[in-house]
Design a protein around this ligand. Structure first.
Ligand code: ACO
Length: 326
């Protein structure tokens, strides 16, 4: 039984925040942000827009492409670190927004690897026959956990969502394999200290010490990210008897152009075979790969039988990869 992506969709806030506008918020410059990260602008949610808003819109677009009706969806998985609420899951809220009354719905917490973790779980449901049509979504409103007084982090992140419909099928293009990894030894290099059980949101200390905001040791994360993405990519190639020369297009997590360049260089994938859109959206965590996949699909950047390598890295640490025969 093959596992096919039959629809892709994405949804982004209309509001754009440019590097020039950030120069007025913190002590930074367009030149610093561009040369250190590759990011030029990012999308930011406005009042009344939530993680579920973008997740549902991206899902509707993916379902329209797949020709899937809401009641046909068996499972909704959302990768997110910025859920609408600690509970219930954002996936249950999206189930309601879509009218997907027959679905089981849950969120997974794997930071920027959330979409590929979700793809891996969905693959197993489909291969075992436990589900027939699945929505896998990555959706984030990171702007609400970013410290807008911290220039080390606030320039990096953006909001948005991407989604795919996955189905079991006899033929056609298919998801060849997925690979997931975790290394909890470094959980405190990239995390949100406050609002969980250690530093409850209601404690004044959590607020006073700005623990509610995302914290990151950027330099350390950078080094681990390059090594881990290389490891995940090689695992995916080896599992399918491929070399990097067989890959038509690599879609890496869109965190930083320098991480992407270093990873692709180590793998021997030239820049003409690496998709990037982070200059437009910044790092949208779990949403970055499905947004990119939707753009690649709708723009016809890949054609039939092209092999796609997806690779992600995120807080946890988590890292993951997938190979798709398009
Ligand atoms: N504007 C201007 N100066 C800045 C800014 C800014 N926005 N941010 C930091 N600086 C300064 C620092 O204060 C430092 O100054 P100092 O030398 O006077 O102390 C100087 O720039 C250099 O700082 P570094 O942290 O060494 O800069 P670096 O080249 O490492 O770039 C960056 C920082 C972009 C964060 C990089 O480390 C990085 O990309 N790390 C990976 C981060 C990432 O991608 N995380 C997400 C991956 S996982 C996930 O997506 C959840």
């Amino acid at each position: 039984m093959n596992v096919r992506i039959t629809g892709t969709g994405s949804a982004l806030p209309g509001k754009i925040l440019t590097n020039a506008e950030l120069e007025r918020l913190v002590d930074t410059s367009d030149e610093w942000i561009t040369t250190r990260t590759g990011i030029k602008e990012r999308r930011i949610a406005v009042d009344g827009e939530y993680t579920s808003t973008f997740a549902a819109e991206a899902a509707r677009r993916a379902m329209a492409m797949a020709g899937a009706r809401p009641e046909e969806i068996d499972l909704i998985i959302i990768g997110t670190v910025t859920p609408d609420f600690p509970f219930p899951s954002t996936a249950c809220i999206v189930q309601d927004l879509l009218g997907a009354t027959n679905a089981t719905a849950f969120d997974i917490s794997a930071a920027c690897s959330g979409f590929l973790y979700g793809l891996s779980i969905a693959e197993k449901y489909l291969r075992t026959g436990a589900a027939r049509k699945i929505l896998v979504i990555g959706s984030e409103v990171l702007s609400r956990i970013v410290d807008w007084q911290d220039r080390n982090t606030c320039v990096l992140f953006g909001d948005g969502a991407g989604a795919v419909v996955l189905e079991a099928s006899e033929g056609g293009h298919s998801l060849l394999s997925t690979h997931t990894f975790s290394n909890g030894a470094f959980w405190n290099l990239l995390y949100q200290p406050g609002s969980g059980s250690r530093n409850p949101a209601a404690d004044s200390r959590t607020f006073d010490e700005r623990l509610i905001y995302l914290k990151m040791e950027g330099n350390d994360v950078f080094k681990h990210a390059v090594r881990a993405m290389e490891e995940a990519a090689i695992a995916a190639l080896n599992a399918n008897g491929l070399t990097s020369a067989d890959i038509s297009l690599m879609i890496p997590h869109q965190a930083n152009q320098r991480i992407i360049d270093a990873t692709s260089k180590r793998l021997g994938v030239g820049p003409e075979r690496v998709f990037t859109n982070l200059h437009l959206y910044g790092n949208t965590s779990s949403a970055s790969i499905p947004i990119a996949l939707d753009e690649v699909n709708r723009q016809g950047i890949v054609t039939s039988d092209n092999k796609l390598l997806l690779v992600a890295f995120g807080g946890g640490f988590t890292y993951a990869s997938a190979v798709i025969n398009w």
